[in-house]
Design a protein around this ligand. Structure first.
Ligand SMILES: Cc1cc2nc3c(=O)[nH]c(=O)nc-3n(C[C@H](O)[C@H](O)[C@H](O)COP(=O)(O)OP(=O)(O)OC[C@H]3O[C@@H](n4cnc5c(N)ncnc54)[C@H](O)[C@@H]3O)c2cc1C
Ligand code: FES
Length: 261
């Protein structure tokens, strides 16, 4: 883990998201899928909390970050231009264990595609071809990116508004598979999606890893701001930033995570 001022080589715009290509050789060499970086969003503003972004890709001394604009920090990132510098810390957290099965399903909701894209790249390098399921609220949210990824991966798209791929959620799409041939599941997305997915596949007894996107403060394990309940004889918590963001399904106390429901 290191703090770097990364040179921004290229910015691409995809709907409401930007893909940033950053020169960060140390981070790129060390990173594994599921890890993230903490980005200082805003110049000369040390009081601003860094924002976490999963690593979308890491190769040849560069990392790619995909950021969907949702608020102030991500709006600031979306206005950066090639040639500027970005202050980041990483790689952080625990990534995915990659040797779980030779027919993995990767299930992403919205910006949750970022860590799963990196995972898909690394699995392909190991000659394992994943099936990538990506669900969006609005079909246009990520512009041309789904079409580009569809050329490289076995990709199934769905959107709630029905404007891209099948209409409905990604979990419904996975459930409709006639002959599920997966022997491992990896997922990243909003809480509700992960909850629905957990219900859908919990009886299947498959290796199931999820990357949780909790709100974070320090991002390095010091403040407990990202704690999630874990299964244990006594109430216990793990920090998403340090012990995660990737967890195994059976590690999380899902009842407590969803507030007892
Ligand atoms: C480990 C991790 C990896 C992430 N990877 C990515 C990524 O690759 N690409 C990406 O686009 N985003 C990712 N996120 C989410 C990203 O960090 C937030 O969208 C970002 O911090 C929002 O900053 P902001 O200042 O623009 O929004 P704010 O002004 O802070 O908030 C705007 C809105 O976004 C919501 N929001 C903020 N943070 C989160 C969050 N963590 N989860 C859900 N809702 C949130 C707020 O509730 C609010 O409604 C990741 C989060 C985590 C914890
Ligand atoms: S964000 Fe501070 S401990 Fe995780």
């Amino acid at each position: 883990m290191e703090r770097v001022l990364a040179y921004l080589q290229e910015v691409k715009y995809y709907g409401k998201a930007v893909l940033l290509s950053l020169e960060a050789p140390g981070v790129a060499a060390e990173a594994v899928p599921g890890q993230f970086v903490q980005v200082l969003c805003g110049r000369d503003s040390p009081r601003v909390l860094r924002r976490p972004f999963s690593i979308f890709s890491a190769k040849a001394g560069r990392i790619l970050l995909l950021s969907k604009v949702v608020g102030k920090g991500t709006s600031w990132l979306a206005e950066l231009k090639a040639g500027e510098q970005v202050d980041l810390i990483g790689p952080l957290g625990r990534g995915f264990a990659m040797d779980e099965g030779d027919r993995p399903a990767l299930v992403a909701g919205g910006a949750g595609i970022a860590p799963l894209h990196f995972l898909a790249e690394r699995l392909m390098e190991r000659r394992t071809e994943p099936s990538l399921y990506w669900g969006l609220d609005l079909g246009e949210e990520f512009g041309e990116l789904p079409a580009l990824l569809g050329k490289r991966f076995r990709l199934f798209m769905c959107s709630r508004d029905g404007c891209l791929g099948e209409r409905g959620t990604v979990v419904e799409a996975l459930a409709r598979e006639k002959e599920p041939e997966f022997n491992a599941v990896y997922a990243c997305g909003p809480r509700e999606m992960l909850g629905a997915l957990a219900k859908e596949i919990k009886g299947a007894n498959l290796p199931f890893q999820l990357s949780l996107e909790e709100r974070m403060a320090c991002g390095v394990g010091a403040c407990q701001g990202c704690a999630v309940p874990i299964r244990s004889a006594r109430p216990a918590y793990s920090r998403v930033c340090k012990d995660g963001p990737v967890f195994r399904f059976e590690e999380i106390d899902w009842r407590a995570y969803f507030g007892g429901s």
